[in-house]
Design a protein. Structure first.
Lengths: 652, 265
């Protein structure tokens, strides 16, 4: 734990100074350079930040100014954020792959004068934006490759700014300390722009106090110490990276490891062996897929060994991890043997041998996926939160983990369910407000200080929060029971055969769904059965595929029947769409979220058919091909009835 | 990328080809071709299939010996240059059909590009003792710089045979770069690539040229690429030179338009 001299450690620059003083030689950053990990100690980081800050000041960076930071997870970009904060400025990390228009909007909105970027790609992008956006005067780059002949004014290398800083520091030796001493804990430390699925991105302002308080909560929650290791590989502009990497390392003093390049994350993970890890479900899924592909290619002995011990793990591993139920001696011995032969080596290959806690969040995680990691002894847990609350609303406590909840509210966080089912949050980590958008802020945070998350959820019998959908999507069925389409869709999508699902039921008597099969998974399945098919539409219309999907849907129904609140939403009828839902046809957003309203208008005829009991429906759909041409595809779709589990449904 | 080409410095003539003729039996591959290459420039050779482009490269690095004509490289007449001498004098190349060691890793393949710079003898290298060890470390740094430069860190330890085509092309460029060449000959570096891979490769070629000042002679079919990145272009058709000049001049040269870009009928 960190010495808690409140006065000295209430801003990030002061925390940095404290580490430089108390653990000067402890590694603070590691980065691979020319194939070898290079370490920077806390004392060196302070020097780097000091020189950079002085250099920025020499170029005219003043208190209260915002510094844009664009690039991959490079140590120097983290130092840039620290330098801005040292000068009483605000770090504004941006998504580097954002389209130029979005980036231009943010740069203008945040009144950016200074930007520190990774390489030529970003310099080019910013120079282009600079032609239209006033104010952006100085662009500092980390990697000078390809930039040798850039003669534009205001383009500086990181080294040259630090050299400027050295001179400035010699001329004004007290300047840096004065600037840090002027810092207040309630100053804004960072502005994080939310991706904004609707409208323009909004800048979420967080104070030093909020981030540091949240960081302390997290450190206490999982007993994080200076000896932990974190690999920072998620975008700098995402609140999670700022919190788990920047803020927590500043508080606990552990080392941040920066991957060599985005493509080497897997091997870097293995070399570093982080102890604290966060990843969205997608990443865990990719890792598992890789593993399974290699297992299928392995020799028969290895394969059967793997499957045998994975069965043992499923039976025993979860109990051992939770430590609640007793496990027989034989099972314990078997599990240890499995650990020696399978789980241990597997975790080693994945770079997960040393993980104490791993988190996932942002989306629902599939049960098989979740159990796989937990059964081999990786303490994977779920959490819930958003940019505006410094994530950290609810988290699962070790040993108290449930698949379909996000855990209990964290210390100091008050969670309330509004009448409409919306989750409201009041916490020390709550944002100060949206940057320059007082009306939006007032709309999001009510008079009592509760933030309206826009998510619908409820507390289960054990006091765990269960998130079911976006509040605006939650409806009521005609008999008045709750209808949460995304919750049902997610349950369906956990089956590898189902790629996308769209559930209907708001204001209706039953829930019916559209389904998109997963071309790869179902295609594979069909090949193994020697089913011939010509393409997606053909495969989707085969009777055996309908059988397969019907089984999945019925499993979901059986599962829903147990849920008192949602058993009314069992799926009565479904159809498999003749085309894949596609962002090019406006059916999905670019981030692959279902555009519910658009789909229900476009496919109104199919919805009608679902509800009036027809067995087939003919449809013609216009599609856009990848090369921009338009075409029409038509199909005669079959509609299936599925078994529902009525008894429990009536009880709800 | 845009402004680097405008400010690029072209130096003196580094390679001068005078009246080169090459024939295989009765087939005339090249007839009386003269052009020069200046230091630090990107020089493109274009032409329809069978125009003699690859033959031209092969003449430059000593694979073929022209029956007539002379090559002046850095002021020296080179009549009887062989491939080894060419490589030692700072000419490196890549091939139209990738010529890597498929079973070796990317790292080892690029290391072979350092071969000519190695001093220690075979036995010492095999035993990995004394100077050989120090030498290998020094070469490894160079190789890692190339890996970093070409952004192929993630495949450092992957056998080349397992890589997709575009990456193999990049590794081949890496091996040529590891030799720290004065002149880099690239035989269709972008053939068979998709748009994105082509853009990447263009950027690498421009970066090599800018960062290390390497003179580049390249053969390329993609006219867009050629016009974008070259300083000067020489056009061959049926073994004869039909045009020579800046991309703009070539674009408006009627002979070239007829032979290569097509005549409107």
């Amino acid at each position: 734990m960190v010495e808690t001299n409140k006065q000295a450690t209430d801003t990030f620059p002061r925390l940095l100074q404290q580490h430089a003083l108390t653990r000067p030689t402890h590694p603070a950053f590691r980065e691979k350079h020319l194939g070898i990990w290079q370490t920077t100690s806390w004392a060196d980081v302070e020097t780097h930040v000091r020189l950079l800050a002085c250099g920025l000041a020499a170029l005219g960076f003043k208190r209260g100014m915002n510094l844009a930071v664009v690039g991959d997870n490079r140590p120097r970009l983290y130092w840039a954020m620290a330098a801005a904060q040292s000068l009483g400025g605000v770090a504004v990390p941006l998504y580097q792959d954002a389209p130029a228009a979005d980036m231009a909007y943010v740069l203008e909105n945040a009144e950016i004068d200074f930007a520190i970027v990774e390489d030529q790609e970003q310099v080019d992008k910013l120079l282009e934006i600079r032609q239209t956006v006033k104010g952006l005067t100085h662009i500092v780059y980390d990697d000078g490759r390809g930039l040798r002949n850039y003669t534009q004014s205001g383009v500086h290398s990181f080294d040259s700014v630090q050299a400027l800083g050295k001179v400035h520091d010699q001329d004004h030796p007290d300047f840096f300390q004065q600037q840090i001493d002027l810092g207040q804990t309630n100053d804004i430390a960072v502005i994080l722009y939310t991706s904004g699925t609707t409208g323009k991105p909004k800048g979420v302002c967080h104070s030093h106090a909020a981030m540091i308080a949240t960081g302390h909560t997290l450190i206490e929650f999982d007993k994080v110490s200076a000896n932990d290791e974190v690999l920072c590989y998620l975008p700098l502009a995402w609140v999670g990276d700022f919190l788990y990497s920047f803020a927590m390392s500043h508080i606990a003093g552990f080392c941040l490891n920066c991957p060599e390049s985005p493509a080497t994350v897997a091997s870097d993970l293995r070399e570093i062996g982080p102890t604290y890890y966060f990843g969205p479900p997608r990443i865990y899924e990719n890792i598992l897929t890789q593993v399974m592909i290699r297992i299928e290619d392995a020799s028969a002995i290895k394969r059967s060994l793997f499957y045998y011990f994975m069965r043992v793990a499923r039976r025993v591993g979860l109990k051992l991890l939770d430590g609640k139920e007793s496990v027989s001696l034989i099972d314990r011995v078997l599990y240890s043997l499995g650990d020696l032969l399978i789980y241990g080596p597997l975790k080693n290959v994945l770079g997960m041998s040393r993980i104490k806690v791993a988190y996932t969040g942002g989306e629902a995680i599939g049960p098989d996926l979740f159990d796989f990691y937990r059964s081999i002894g990786i303490n994977l847990k779920q959490l819930y939160g958003m940019t505006e609350t410094c994530v950290t609303v609810c988290m699962q406590r070790s040993g108290d983990v449930k698949l379909d909840t996000v855990g209990r509210p964290m210390t100091g966080v008050e969670v309330k369910i509004a009448d409409g089912g919306e989750v409201l949050v009041r916490s020390p980590g709550l944002m100060v407000g949206y940057y320059k958008k007082p009306e939006d802020t007032a709309e999001a945070i009510d008079a009592e200080g509760y933030f309206h998350t826009g998510d619908a959820g409820f507390f289960d019998a054990d006091g765990h929060l269960k998130i079911i959908d976006r509040a605006k999507d939650v409806g009521k069925m005609s008999d008045g029971t709750l209808f949460a389409p995304k919750y049902i869709e997610n349950k369906l999508k956990f089956f590898p055969f189902i790629k996308e699902a769209v559930a209907f039921g708001d204001g209706r008597s039953s829930c019916n769904v559209f389904i998109n099969i997963d071309m790869e998974a179902v295609g594979n399945w069909a090949e193994r059965r020697n089913l011939a098919y010509s393409g997606y539409s053909d495969l989707a219309s085969q009777a055996t595929v309908y059988e397969l999907i019907a089984e999945c849907v019925e499993k979901v129904n059986a599962d829903l029947a147990h849920d008192a609140l949602l058993s009314g939403s069992q799926v009565h009828r479904f159809l498999i769409l003749h085309k894949e839902l596609d962002p090019d046809d406006d059916e999905l957003t670019r981030t692959r979220k279902v555009r519910r309203r658009f789909i229900s208008e476009k496919y109104a005829i199919l919805i009608e058919a679902l509800y009036d009991g027809r067995e087939r429906q003919f449809i013609e759909t216009q599609v856009k091909f990848e090369d921009g041409r338009q075409g029409i595809i038509s199909a005669d779709l079959e509609i299936r009835n599925t078994k529902t589990f009525g008894a429990t449904r009536k009880a709800a | 990328m845009n402004n680097s080409s405008s400010t690029r410095r072209s130096g003196d003539v580094i390679l001068d080809l005078r009246a080169i003729s090459l024939s295989f039996g009765g087939v005339k591959a090249l007839t009386d071709i003269s052009f020069d290459v200046r230091e630090h420039e990107i020089r493109a050779i274009i032409g329809p299939n069978g125009a003699g482009k690859s033959s031209m490269l092969n003449v430059i690095n000593g694979v073929y010996r022209p029956q007539q004509g002379e090559i002046i490289y850095r002021g020296q007449h080179l009549r009887d240059m062989d491939t080894h001498a060419a490589a030692e004098s700072g000419i490196a190349r890549t091939f139209q059909n990738i010529a890597l060691f498929k079973g070796m890793t990317v790292l080892d393949n690029i290391m072979t590009g350092r071969n000519l710079k190695m001093q220690s003898n075979f036995l010492m290298q095999a035993l990995y003792i004394g100077p050989a060890r120090r030498e290998e470390n020094a070469h490894r740094i160079k190789v890692e710089e190339v890996i970093d430069f070409l952004e192929i860190q993630h495949i450092r330890k992957t056998p080349v045979g397992r890589l997709p085509y575009g990456l193999q092309k990049r590794v081949e460029l890496g091996r040529a770069l590891a030799a720290e060449p004065q002149i880099l000959l690239l035989d269709e570096p972008m053939a068979g690539m998709n748009v994105e891979e082509k853009q990447d490769m263009c950027r690498f070629i421009l970066d090599v040229n800018e960062q290390f000042g390497t003179t580049i002679v390249l053969i390329e079919h993609d006219m867009g690429v050629v016009m974008d990145i070259s300083d000067r272009v020489v056009v061959l058709d049926y073994g004869k030179k039909i045009g020579d000049g800046t991309p703009d001049e070539i674009r408006s040269n009627q002979d070239v338009i007829n032979a290569y870009l097509g005549v409107a009928h």
